[in-house]
Design a protein around this ligand. Structure first.
Ligand code: TRP
Length: 351
């Protein structure tokens, strides 16, 4: 079987380091390992509109920002296809047929959708488009015969829903579509990186993100303000590592080589944690260490971004070229879907 990878992000803001550890860095590794037939990275503008339909400008503006973040982290249009969701009309067409295969109750039970409905205050007036976005996301995946979907933990219910739709389709109309599998990051801390305030998730609306495009000064200030352990007042006090965001981030970003480079008096993270718990290790020191690591990771990304920012026209052109390629693939899958369903009237040339 062919190995096809597809991932996507909603263009509602610049991408942050939660995206980076949760998905982007994994995508770059996959891309460069080259063990696939096709790899697609989609900017999900249509999906972003399902809860930003009153603010199209925001979605529009962020398409280029997300593309710049992609290029900055090393996603390479020479190896993969980067494209814009709304450019592929077939995805919307598929969504309409897939909607027949899902009940309202099933969509309302989706835990990610439930959370988002609460967060957005939709309560009893959930827009149909928003509720149905997991169906459209199924089209995003099967529309390219994708089988591997690198995602964060919050997307697992979406993938489960997609698999159910694929199974229903295949049961009704014959084996036509492939069941996709989620690919999660190996490091558990990377599944859902908390915000710098210690809140569950890094999110733009909570204003607790470190963006890939933040300057070194801004990152340093955010690290300085980071939530640690409110009971660790004096340096000599014993401290807690659990729930201490600096240590959570170190779990996500720190590698043994960072100790040799920036903090040679410790051999590894376990030693650092033990010292903090014993007492005698101050927050300033662990924050400086984290900042050095983040700076090492983010400086090259920042520099790349600045290069690509110089010619946004070229970035847009790349996205259109990718969209043209993607559309051809989706059109052929759409054709297969119509044939399977028995609605390919023109191809049959009879009724
Ligand atoms: N819902 C995803 C997110 O918010 C974005 C997305 C849209 C996606 N279509 C997709 C992810 C298809 C994986 C596959 O991050």
């Amino acid at each position: 079987m062919k190995k096809t990878i597809l991932t996507a992000d909603r263009p509602t803001g610049k991408l942050h380091i939660g995206h980076f550890v949760g998905s982007l860095s994994g995508r770059v590794k996959l891309q460069n390992a080259g063990d696939y037939d096709q790899m697609y990275v989609m900017i999900a503008d249509s999906q972003a509109l399902t809860d930003n339909f009153g603010n199209v400008q925001k979605v529009r503006d962020n398409i280029i920002e997300v593309a710049l973040d992609y290029l900055a982290v090393g996603l390479d249009p020479a190896k993969i296809t980067m494209f814009i969701q709304s450019e592929i009309a077939e995805l919307t067409e598929m969504t309409f047929y897939f909607m027949n295969l899902v009940t309202l109750a099933r969509l309302q039970r989706n835990p990610t959708v439930k959370d988002e409905v609460k967060q957005r205050g939709f309560d009893n007036s959930i827009p149909m488009g928003f509720l149905a976005y997991p169906v459209s996301q199924t089209a995003d995946i099967v529309g390219f015969d994708a089988t591997i979907v690198p995602v964060g933990e919050d997307q697992l219910p979406m993938l489960e829903q997609s698999r159910e739709i694929v199974r229903s389709f295949n049961n009704l109309y014959g084996e036509t579509l492939f069941e996709p599998k989620a690919l999660l990051p190996e490091n558990k801390t990377c599944l859902r990186l908390p915000g710098i305030d210690g809140k569950a998730k890094m999110s733009k609306s909570l204003n607790n993100c470190i963006y890939l495009s933040d300057s070194a000064d801004v990152v340093a200030e955010k690290v300085r303000q980071m939530y640690t352990d409110p009971t660790h007042i004096k340096v000599s006090d014993p401290g807690h590592v659990e729930g201490n965001i600096v240590f959570t981030y170190l779990d996500a970003f720190c590698e043994p080589r960072h100790f040799a480079k920036y903090l040679p008096e410790y051999a590894n993270l376990d030693e650092l944690k033990a010292h903090y718990e014993r007492g005698g290790l101050g927050d300033v020191k662990i924050k400086k260490f984290l900042n050095a690591i983040l700076d090492e990771i983010l400086s090259p990304i920042r520099e790349h971004r600045r290069e690509f920012e110089k010619d946004k026209g070229a970035v847009l052109d790349m996205l259109f070229k990718g969209s043209d390629r993607a559309r051809q693939v989706a059109a052929s899958v759409m054709d297969r879907i119509k044939s399977a369903m028995g609605i390919n009237y023109r191809k049959d040339n009879k009724l």
